[in-house]
Design a binder for this molecule. Structure first.
Ligand SMILES: O=C(CO)[C@@H](O)[C@@H](O)COP(=O)(O)O
Length: 234
């Protein structure tokens, strides 16, 4: 079942070590077939060196395993909540990439410090609300998804304008139209977080965000009807 999607999800997972985004097994990628209402996700705790497309697990939008011989990622309930809440999502990534995690642990939104950030994220990447003790002690991974959705709703952020979040005290989730695009966004987030850290240290005071007109220019040269970056594909 969903053999092509399993291959796609396997290949996207293998991009995480390639792009230096994971330590040990601390990350996962999934992608969804919206027509079938099923998504494919990495199994939990399996070394990237031994992973195969056949190890991928198929899950429905209630979070039930439909096919697979291995346990799905421990973060499957978070992915399930995000796919249900944000219908535009085709793929989701979670990592513990250190620069993004540093902002999550500090509880500081990742500011749009320059065009590297603005090319991909239309504004700051938010830190989520912290999970309460009750949320952590009950359905933790499901509540992690809910707190992400709540944060975007409270702050009026559209998920495809800023396809990333920093879960307070935990780390980044990114997403996109496909699994590969979600991995791309995870790498941009990590690079932008490292640059932002150095920018903040060097500048040493006050706001390091670019002005709105530069954010607009760089985001919309790559997104929407008037985008002109790159090559025409047809
Ligand atoms: O957050 C964590 C661990 O703290 C997990 O996301 C990470 O280790 C990946 O787990 P899985 O191997 O996908 O179950």
């Amino acid at each position: 079942m969903l053999e092509n999607l399993k291959k796609e999800v396997y290949e996207a997972n293998m991009l995480l070590p390639k792009y230096d985004l994971v330590t040990f097994t601390w990350g996962n990628v999934s992608a969804i077939d919206r027509d079938k209402g099923l998504f494919v996700i990495k199994p939990s705790g399996v070394d990237y060196e031994t992973l195969t497309p056949d190890d991928m697990v198929v899950v429905d939008l209630d979070g039930n395993v439909v096919e697979g011989k291995l346990n799905p990622s421990s973060d499957t309930p978070t992915h399930t909540v995000l796919y249900n809440a944000f219908p535009e999502l085709g793929g989701i990534v979670h990592t513990h990439s250190p620069w993004a995690v540093s902002f999550a642990q500090a509880g500081i939104d990742l500011p749009a410090t320059g065009t590297t950030h603005a090319d991909t994220f239309y504004g700051p990447v938010p830190v989520s609300d912290a999970l309460t003790q009750a949320e952590i002690e009950s359905d933790y991974e499901e509540n992690t998804g809910k707190v992400i959705v709540r944060t975007f709703a409270e702050r009026g952020i559209k998920p495809m304008d800023v396809p990333a979040v920093l879960v307070q005290d935990h780390g980044p989730f990114t997403w996109g139209a496909t699994a590969e695009k979600a991995v791309y966004n995870a790498k941009v987030l990590e690079v932008a977080a490292e640059m932002a850290y150095h920018t903040m240290m060097l500048q040493g005071h006050g706001d390091v965000s670019v002005p709105q007109y530069l954010l607009d220019k760089h985001y919309y040269r790559k997104h929407g009807a008037n985008a002109y970056y790159g090559q025409k594909t047809n």
